[in-house]
Ligand binder design. Structure first.
Ligand code: URA
Ligand code: SF4
Length: 240
């Protein structure tokens, strides 16, 4: 292991080192979680077959639409919309919950403390922001006082994320934390029970792990997050 990698793993609290086991793909039976295509939480169709004009938009149109969006009350308190960032043809799509204070100021996802940890998590599996990686959130505007986004806000914002997913067409989606997992998969099982499996989001494999902000508060869970990342990496390799 080179020094830089050792340092990253140390910072992540992930030493001793986890190895990607050759048999980790054994756990990868595809679970068709969303066979009905319906999101249990919002009742919305997960497939982008709606007549909503968002589903016809180009990247440019989509970015403009989000920057001017007033579809939910989060627009009243935001400083900036946080569209998402990265490689528009990424293999990896990481989805968080919603912007925090720093992201609201900068207009970019995961630039605060949790973002630093996310960057380290990416580095640990040899990825970096913008390079075959796209990072987005369930909602594009900051919920005041970092509360969870409300169901109405999530459903108002959902077409934007769905269109991003269509345009990127990632090989693998990583849901960061409970809010992202629940809303992408349309089920409210515990995060623990959603980890370690390959779910299906309208044909795209999806893996669930902890949110980096949660990991900052729950250090012992970092080892589990590392395991999830190794699982994700092995899954990506098996998709090639
Ligand atoms: N937490 C999130 O879920 N998303 C961000 O962009 C920043 C923190
Ligand atoms: Fe529009 Fe989404 Fe912002 Fe609500 S959170 S105002 S739906 S961009």
């Amino acid at each position: 292991m080179n020094d830089r990698r050792k340092k990253i793993l140390n910072e992540l609290g992930l030493t001793p080192r986890w190895k990607i086991r050759a048999d980790s793909t054994l756990e990868t039976s595809v679970l068709n979680d969303n066979a009905t295509g319906l999101n249990e939480l919002t009742g919305d169709s997960v497939d982008a077959t709606s007549e909503n004009p968002v589903y016809q938009m180009s990247w440019k149109q989509l970015k403009l639409a989000v920057s001017q969006c007033t579809a939910c009350s989060l627009h009243e308190t935001r400083k900036n919309t946080v569209f998402g960032v990265g490689d528009e043809q990424a293999d990896w799509l990481f989805v968080g919950e919603g912007p925090g204070a720093r992201e609201d100021e900068m207009g970019e996802p995961f630039v605060g403390q949790a973002g630093k940890l996310l960057d380290q998590m990416l580095a640990a599996i040899h990825l970096k922001r913008g390079d075959r990686v796209y990072i987005a959130n369930i909602v594009k505007c900051r919920p005041p006082n970092n509360r969870n986004p409300a169901i109405t806000e999530i459903s108002a914002c959902r077409p934007y994320l769905s269109r991003q997913i269509e345009l990127i067409s990632p090989k693998l989606i990583i849901a960061l934390g409970k809010v992202a997992a629940e809303n992408l998969l349309g089920r409210s099982d515990s995060l623990g029970s959603l980890r370690g499996k390959i779910h299906d989001l309208s044909g795209t494999p999806l893996i669930v792990t902890y949110h980096p902000a949660y990991l900052l508060r729950a250090l012992p869970e970092k080892a589990k997050a590392w395991k999830d990342l190794c699982f994700a990496k092995a899954t990506m390799q098996s998709l090639k």
